[in-house]
Design a protein around this ligand. Structure first.
Ligand code: NAD
Length: 486
């Protein structure tokens, strides 16, 4: 084991809670050495918009784990999110956030809650591919890949399996996004077959979020896409009673990052009253990851015992339950004094080292055929019928104009005058279609040159194409959605 870890104390309460956590790790004789790096506010304000200096990357890449204190992102649009930069650069594909209630010692409406959210961390709308295409329309691309999806779903099942969990719930919106979220749900069902001992369910994210918020005790492990996971993991953290309690892990194949879920709490910085529990819980996940589950268990049980003894930092202090209002330092001392003890009432923890899913992505052998193209056109003046006439004339029958949609809704042929139209039109051109039966037609492959020729012809007639999207069949199956109302 490489026993050197990278540490960034962070901003605001970061240095106070990091110092408390490192003291506990040392008292538990974890045998770690620390390489400190400076990231965050100071670096941002020195003119580095990424918040991380070049020399810090070498340290991060040298050590297997990074324990990161919360950082302050300065106000202003020029600063890039340090977390997103680190996640993407180091390939931290899984964000794992356990959220558990500590009833009756920490006030919560959900005493039986013990949920782990496994969030995909690199793809989805967070790919950050955004464009303003016309005066009216902005777009953000939702990108999901087969290997990225398989990796996160395997990680969630493996995590559930090796941590004695009983159920995995997949949250998606596959009733609307049939290709992207549908693929995620299909992958969940496919990989799930390898874990027959685990209960499995797929839920729609909207009702799923409502149920998580009202009956979190019904959930065990949740796996979901990046944006949904971002939201749902904040919901679960909030339900436990305090943001000062939950830690999170950002797991990659080679390097992983561990941190509290809360921010730098500038309102209480420097007062010595911050709760170091969230960062301590993150550090315990780090110990398990480093192959030191017995040390994680030792610390977690001492920490639970401290909570039971009523020694509580200000954010969870409650008259009648708490015996003393502990500052950051005193709280760490109390945990250290209880190393070796177990909680009497709260469930003591037995932490197991989860195994990383090892899989080699094998790209499926699929026949991919081009069968058409969506031309996205900017036009602020034409009606749908006028635009269709212009397109048909300009394309000279090269490909068939099949439909025009505006914001996804069909407006030609046979659109409704009630449909509101912007200056951004999706115009679908296809090759000849072959009728299979009365209800069904299939597409005939076209050549790539036809797409560029069509683009040229439209351009010649002053039609402004802001983007093209090729339409493919995969083993004869449509790889694109139909227009709403098509
Ligand atoms: P915050 O989480 O820092 O604070 C929200 C509230 O919770 C505050 O009242 C704070 O006092 C309290 N709180 C947070 N942690 C606590 C703890 N350990 N003990 C006791 N009370 C605690 O959120 P914010 O105020 O919205 O953000 C402050 C700064 O942190 C911003 O610059 C934000 O960008 C940054 N931030 C960083 C991270 C990160 O580094 N991962 C995450 C979230 C926010």
């Amino acid at each position: 084991m490489n026993d050197t870890i990278t540490v960034a104390k962070g901003d605001g309460i970061g240095p106070e809670i990091t110092e408390a956590v490192l003291r506990i790790l040392d008292a538990a004789e974890c045998g770690l050495t620390y390489e400190h790096i400076e990231v965050g506010e100071k670096v941002y304000l020195s003119g580095n918009s990424s918040g991380i200096p070049a020399e810090a990357w070498a340290t991060l890449r040298r050590n297997p784990v990074f324990l990161k204190g919360p950082i302050t992102t300065p106000q202003g649009s020029g600063y890039k999110s340090l977390n997103v930069t680190i996640r993407k650069t180091l390939g931290l594909f899984a964000n794992v956030r356990p959220c558990r209630s500590y009833h009756p010692f920490v006030r919560t409406q959900h005493p039986g809650m013990d949920v782990v959210v496994v969030r995909e961390n690199e793809e989805d709308l967070y790919a950050g591919i955004e464009h303003r295409q016309t005066v009216d329309v902005y777009q953000c691309l939702k990108v999901l890949s087969l290997p990225g999806t398989e990796k996160i779903i395997r990680y969630a099942f493996e995590h559930a399996h090796s941590n004695g969990r009983h159920k995995v719930t997949c949250l998606v919106k596959d009733n609307i996004m049939k290709l992207t979220d549908g693929m995620f749900a299909d992958m969940f069902r496919r990989v799930g077959k390898e874990y027959p001992g685990l209960q499995q369910e797929v839920q729609i994210i909207d009702i799923g979020t409502a149920r998580v918020a009202t009956r979190p005790d019904r959930y065990d492990v949740i796996v979901t896409l990046n944006l949904y996971g971002d939201i749902i993991s904040d919901v679960t953290a909030e339900l436990t009673g305090s943001v000062g309690m939950a830690g999170s892990a950002n797991i990659g194949d080679r390097i992983s990052m561990f941190e509290a879920i809360h921010g730098s709490a500038p309102d209480i910085a420097g007062q010595g009253i911050a709760n170091p529990s969230a960062m301590l819980n993150a550090a315990c996940m780090m110990l398990v990851h480093l192959g030191l589950p017995e040390k994680a268990e030792l610390i977690q049980n001492a920490w639970l015992r401290t909570l039971e003894d009523g020694i509580h930092p200000g954010d969870i202090f409650r008259e009648g339950v708490s015996t003393s209002r502990a500052g950051t330092r005193e709280f760490a001392d109390a945990v250290i004094a209880r190393l070796g003890q177990r909680p009497a009432q709260l469930k003591s923890v037995e932490m197991k080292g989860g195994s990383m899913p090892r899989f080699v992505y094998e790209r499926p052998q699929v026949k991919r055929e081009l069968c058409g193209v969506d031309m996205f056109v900017c036009d602020a003046t034409s009606t749908p019928d006028e635009l269709a006439a212009r397109l048909q004339e300009a394309s000279r029958g090269m490909l068939k104009l099949k439909l025009i949609t505006n914001r996804g809704v069909k407006v030609w042929p046979d659109g409704f005058p009630e449909t509101f139209c912007t200056d951004h039109w999706r115009c679908r051109f296809v090759g000849p279609e072959v009728q299979i039966d009365d209800a069904k037609a299939t597409y005939v492959p076209i050549g790539r040159k036809q797409v560029s020729q069509l683009l040229h012809l439209l351009g010649e007639q002053g039609i402004e194409v802001v983007k093209t999207e090729n339409l493919y069949l995969f083993d004869g199956v449509r790889g694109f959605s139909l227009g709403q109302g098509e």
